[in-house]
Design a protein around this ligand. Structure first.
Ligand SMILES: N[C@@H](CCC(=O)N[C@@H](CS)C(=O)NCC(=O)O)C(=O)O
Length: 226
């Protein structure tokens, strides 16, 4: 059985989850792999206790243990799961150009959105409303509107109508699902980005989204994975 270490917590405004670990949850769900969740308190991400550092040298989440094999970093874990457990494949297996395209979109989501833009919007939700840095949150929304969403809108304009980012559902859509999660909590206005808005809504309809949805409480998500 695979164990996934993550951080999740219920709040009155929705259940919040580690964005990077949510990527791995989506892959586990899409591949219908049985897994159990070790839910670390959010403070562990700063304190970095020895048991975390023993499995991840940077003391970050996610990391997994697959029958004694410990792997860290969401992208590495997800590619491992894809290769180790096969169908449905989330990276095109036989076409290097198609694989590069999906990896490129995944990398954009990882670096630009999960790494740069979204923390400014997402981290404040882990605090009560009166303690949130509203200026920081608005700056993140501005960057979304100025850089990240226009790019996704262009990619979607060239994709199959009503479909995914790179043809069939892939690792590129996995990271976009995490974006869907953050923007759902924030109720970010997407009026200027109709393709992105409809696409994120389609992703929220996938059964795998239930495992990371802000509407799914921590305890209920544990039952999904059992
Ligand atoms: N590249 C890593 C990034 C993981 C990451 O930054 N995780 C956040 C939680 S979403 C974390 O553990 N932050 C604590 C820290 O940066 O020290 C991955 O893809 O797994």
């Amino acid at each position: 059985m695979i164990t996934l270490w993550t951080t999740e917590r219920d709040y009155p405004w929705g259940t919040l989850r580690s964005t990077h670990a949510s990527k791995t949850k989506v892959v586990l769900e899409e591949k219908r792999l049985p897994y159990r969740v070790e839910n670390l308190p959010p403070g562990h991400l700063w304190k970095k206790p020895p048991e975390m550092l023993a499995r991840h040298p940077l003391g970050k989440v996610p990391y997994i243990d697959d029958d004694g094999l410990v792997i860290f970093d969401s992208t590495v874990i997800n590619e491992y799961l894809d290769e180790r457990y096969g169908s449905p494949r989330l990276l095109p297996a036989n076409d290097p150009a198609a694989r590069a395209r999906v990896r490129q979109l995944e990398q954009f989501g990882d670096e630009a959105l999960l790494g740069e833009t979204l923390p400014g919007l997402w981290m404040p939700y882990w605090s009560p409303p009166e303690k949130r840095d509203l200026e920081r949150m608005e700056k993140a929304r501005e960057r979304l509107r100025a850089r990240d969403l226009p790019y996704l809108e262009r990619v979607l304009a060239q994709a199959e109508p009503g479909g995914c980012l790179g043809g069939a559902f892939s690792m590129a859509d996995v990271v976009a699902m995490v974006v869907a999660m953050v923007l759902e909590v924030d109720a970010t206005a997407l009026d200027s980005f109709p393709q992105v808005s409809a696409y994120l809504e389609r992703l929220r309809q996938r059964p795998s989204y239930r495992a990371i949805s802000p509407a799914t409480k921590v305890a209920d998500a544990l039952q999904l994975s059992a």
